[in-house]
Design a protein. Structure first.
Length: 335
């Protein structure tokens, strides 16, 4: 599995992982180590927009819980999230006319931040409405923490935008009951919280769903929704990580440090992990280095005519004889 998600697997916005890392940093955890252990290289965390395999994000939740020694990390993380952090996804919610409309648009455009998560209206009565929340990639402690954050996050957004302490009629989690329910009760403002349910759900009063949004803007909401409609569901390509690796390898050649460990450092992973990732992409370190050197040699020869010794140094060979043998191989392959 590559760092970025394959086209047919669930994926999540890198912004979600940044949020988890921000919570971990606030708790004094080594976020560089957490990102590395979850398989998230620095180049990915620096991008403005990217989708990663949901399994990586789920693993990050597990690592953060362990690092912080906080079994309720999913709930406490909500205090670090502000409406607007998720850009378009949040603005679609805040510009809706009512809370109910905001949840409706959230469900419709969830793929802007996750193709793994889904929100769906399950039942409606005159008094209340029940929504279900599911993961396409279920299972594991990471999913439990992630679900805690998501459900608490829905109510956090509603409260932040409306300025009202909206309390759910009931909340149900699929996870086993925790030793203490106190933080759940404090977070949601109710004791009507069940565990071990077949599906995660939450129920809101119809009167709360009818609450007007202070930031309601029908014109802007229409513009944002039309724009969101034009955005396709994320389809990250499996080649994205390999392209980033090859860029890192080219940089090690330019720095005359073409080693497996040097390339691994640039990608913030161990040499062993790098070798495994290359194998998952059907290639090897030796094959990639050979190809990169051949490509770099062509570039050098197009711009100058260096001596063999100098060119060997530029390509990171230990001596000119190694370069000559390599050029012979390249010539044999092209003939």
């Amino acid at each position: 599995m590559s760092v970025t998600a394959l086209a047919d697997e669930p994926s999540d916005s890198i912004e979600m992982s940044r949020l988890v890392l921000g919570v971990a940093a606030a708790g004094g955890a080594d976020v560089r180590a957490l990102a590395r252990d979850a398989g998230l290289p620095e180049w990915l965390l620096r991008t403005d927009q990217a989708m990663i395999a949901s399994g990586r994000h789920s693993r990050l939740w597990e690592l953060a819980e362990h690092a912080l020694q906080d079994p309720f990390a999913g709930l406490t993380a909500v205090t670090h999230h502000q409406v607007g952090d998720l850009a378009l996804f949040d603005y679609l919610f805040t510009t809706a006319a009512t809370v109910g409309e905001g949840l409706q648009v959230t469900a419709k455009f969830f793929h802007l931040v996750s193709t793994n998560c889904s929100l769906r209206l399950e039942t409606r009565t005159e008094q209340d409405v029940t929504y279900s929340y599911r993961h396409a990639l279920p299972g594991g402690r990471g999913e439990e923490l992630w679900t805690q954050f998501s459900i608490a996050g829905f109510f956090g957004r509603i409260r932040a935008v409306t300025g009202r302490q909206v309390i759910p009629v009931q909340v149900a989690f699929t996870q086993v009951p925790p030793r203490s329910h106190r933080i759940f009760t404090e977070t949601f403002g109710t004791r009507a919280i069940d565990f071990g349910a077949p599906v995660t759900t939450f129920t809101l009063r119809q009167s709360d769903l009818d609450l007007p949004m202070p930031g309601a803007d029908p014109v802007l909401a229409g513009i944002l929704r039309r724009y969101a409609e034009t955005m396709p569901r994320p389809q990250p390509r499996p080649a994205d990580w390999l392209r980033q690796f090859r860029q890192a390898l080219a940089e090690t050649l330019e720095d005359r440090e073409p080693s497996l460990s040097a390339a691994a450092r640039r990608l913030t992973m161990s040499a062993r992990t790098l070798q495994r990732r290359l194998a998952e992409h059907g290639t090897t370190w030796r094959a990639e280095l050979e190809t990169a050197r051949q490509r770099r040699a062509r570039q050098i020869l197009q711009n100058s005519a260096p001596g063999t010794a100098r060119m060997a140094r530029q390509l990171g060979y230990s001596d000119p004889r190694s370069l000559r043998r390599a050029m012979q191989r390249w010539g044999d392959r092209s003939s």
